[in-house]
Design a binder for this molecule. Structure first.
Ligand code: ATP
Length: 298
């Protein structure tokens, strides 16, 4: 039996744009993604008897192939033609669930990276990302991590220069948002305000944090139901009042992030937001994908 522990970091969308609706029912996306230091901890016990299963201690998360981590292990085994049977995936969740921060996709990506290491398959990150495509749209990005432009359904990835060092406050209000309902609302609306993605790419090239922060933007915010939009706007305003250089919703929400160039202001924002919200986190952007850490075999 072999053991491995891995970090599975959350992501935020510095931008989220929809370019068009596709005939196959999906949408052409264009997103600038950033991984952050808030992370689930994944432990792989490869060879632990009992088939492939996940344990998280959370009753509302599936243990079988409904868990993205298990789905990733099955996809990896299929793609590599390997014939091992047993894997216990222990997930210590820190990333809020259904939050627009890709917690499940990141767990899946960590399993792909971990199995690649444990089984000695020697696949490249791009090959792992391709396996991840069948598990979920955000999985390929989560395999690569750091700062990247994601297009198509999210599987066409271009690595970008790192976001300059900063502090990122995450705040998840206590409701969940239906992603299909947001896409339907977007389809119904004729006109859309769009992010300045080119401007964000240029600012990243120049290492210009303020230039990035001023352009963070998510097209889903405009199609939220009014009561949810009010809450999101309220959190964004609180971030800006606390000194954030920019603030937007991540993914299909409801997590809102704020970018800060000063730690003291970010910490103050965490304190203020925590007075009304339960899930508030102070994080940093990740410039390197997290490496697997081996543990001695039991
Ligand atoms: P994204 O930002 O990619 O849209 P999200 O943050 O909105 O993701 P997740 O927390 O990744 O949402 O998961 C959403 C759904 O996936 C939930 O219904 C959850 O039950 C299911 N799920 C399956 N496996 C996992 C996992 N390992 N962690 C979290 N959710 C999981």
């Amino acid at each position: 039996m072999s053991l491995l522990t891995l970090q599975a970091p959350a992501k935020i969308n510095l931008t989220l744009d929809i370019l068009s609706a596709r005939p196959d029912g999906y949408h052409e996306m264009e997103m600038v993604m950033q991984s952050v230091s808030l992370a689930d901890r994944i432990r792989l016990d490869w060879g632990f008897p009992g088939g492939i299963r996940a344990e998280s201690g959370l009753r509302f998360l599936p243990n079988d192939k409904g868990n993205l981590a298990v789905a990733a292990a099955l996809a990896f085994r299929r793609a590599t033609g390997q014939d091992w049977r047993d894997l216990r995936i222990s997930i210590d969740k820190a990333i809020p669930v259904c939050a627009g921060t890709a917690g499940g996709s990141s767990d899946a990506a960590a399993v792909l990276r971990g199995l690649n290491w444990l089984t000695g398959a020697g696949l490249s990150p791009m090959e792992l990302a391709r396996i991840g495509e069948e598990v979920g749209s955000d999985v390929p990005y989560c395999v690569l991590g750091t700062t990247a432009l994601a297009k198509g359904r999210g599987e066409q990835l271009t690595p970008l220069p790192s976001l300059p060092p900063c502090w990122i406050v995450l705040c998840k209000p206590h409701f969940s948002i239906s992603t299909p309902a947001l896409f339907r609302e977007w389809d119904r609306k004729k006109k859309h305000l769009r992010p300045d993605t080119k401007g964000v790419l240029a600012a990243l090239d120049q290492g210009d944090l303020i230039g990035v922060a001023r352009r963070v933007f998510n097209v889903f915010e405009a199609v939220l139901p009014p009561h949810q939009r009010r809450v999101i706007e309220g959190i964004k305003n609180a971030m800006i009042q606390a000194g954030a250089l920019g603030s937007a919703m991540s993914g299909s929400g409801p997590t809102v992030f704020g970018l800060f160039d000063r730690e003291d202001l970010a910490q103050q924002a965490v304190q203020t937001l925590s007075e009304t919200q339960e899930e508030v986190f102070l994080t940093r952007p990740l410039a390197e994908p997290p490496a697997p850490a081996a543990e001695p075999a039991e």
